[in-house]
Design a protein around this ligand. Structure first.
Ligand code: HEC
Ligand code: HEC
Length: 217
């Protein structure tokens, strides 16, 4: 607060009023247009696939059919530093709010076959992943992923992204980012979850969700 505002209540009120419109804008992204987004998506294909199927070899996660709200919010998060990734921070900063919304609408409207699996988990590992997803682990006070991510990680529209069919390496790295505090957005829900997962359990849920690719979305 500056000296003028401190000494003058009217100036303070004026400052608060002036601050409001930008806050409202930030909370209310523009509506996206998938057709316009298709042109922008050409620059994303190398890492996310022509239809957002994901290209695990590049680390690019699956985007197809994830909601436009979620995808747009993540682009916004990369652009403003709430998420950091050398590639995606640069990509997102190159798109204004309208373009972020447009390309988000494009990938949300895609349905695409699943990228080839990247891990061959042992049966016990898949079983552990399934238990964590469906039941959780009371001994760790860990609730089931499905409570928030829907049955077998199918996603809950407007609340959580789908995980079913997502590449194992990406799921693992997202969880580790919440655990270390690097990823912001959703930390109220995901940080307590991530802190209760050790490396073995992270590998198990990641392998399990990747294995579900064939029967969801
Ligand atoms: C050179 C490769 C590359 C290109 C090009 C690229 N991305 Fe990405 N993208 C990635 C990687 C790697 C990640 C995972 C980053 C992380 O772990 O935070 C990612 C993550 C994302 C996410 C977060 C997904 C999620 O589930 O939270 C979105 C959204 C996204 N990219 C959209 C785009 C869009 C839109 C474009 C084109 C304008 C694009 N990307 C271009 C590599 C790329
Ligand atoms: C209390 C609700 C809640 C529970 C329980 C929960 N999640 Fe999440 N999760 C969320 C929310 C909300 C997001 C979206 C965060 C954001 O906006 O970035 C999310 C996002 C994620 C992502 C990022 C996906 C992406 O595309 O980047 C992963 C991975 C994930 N969760 C894994 C898990 C796993 C594994 C479990 C179970 C061990 C779990 N979650 C349990 C609420 C939850």
């Amino acid at each position: 607060m500056n000296a003028l505002a401190r000494s003058n209540p009217i100036a303070l009120r004026l400052l608060l009023v002036l601050a409001l419109p930008s806050a409202a804008l930030a909370a209310d992204p523009p509506a996206g247009d998938a057709a316009r987004g298709a042109t922008i998506a050409a620059t994303c294909q190398g890492c996310h696939g022509a239809h957002g199927e994901g290209v695990p070899a590049t680390g690019g996660p699956r985007l197809a059919g994830q909601t436009a709200e979620y995808l747009g919010a993540q682009l916004h998060n990369y652009a403003d530093g709430r998420r950091t990734n050398p590639i995606m921070s640069a990509m997102a900063k190159g798109l204004d709010a309208q373009k972020q919304a447009d390309v988000a609408a494009f990938f949300a409207a895609q349905s695409a076959p699943y990228a080839a699996r990247t891990v061959e988990p042992a049966p016990e590992q898949l079983a552990r992943g399934r238990t964590l997803t469906r039941v959780g682990d009371e001994s760790k006070q860990l609730q089931a992923c499905a409570n928030c991510h829907g049955p077998d990680g199918a996603g809950e529209r407007y609340a959580t992204p789908y995980l079913a069919g997502q590449s194992a390496a990406y799921v693992a790295s997202a969880i580790k980012e919440w655990k270390s505090g690097a990823r912001h957005g959703g930390e109220a829900q995901m940080r307590p979850v991530a802190q209760r997962l050790d490396d073995q359990d992270i590998a198990a849920v990641s392998a399990y969700f990747e294995s579900l690719g064939d029967n969801a979305h």
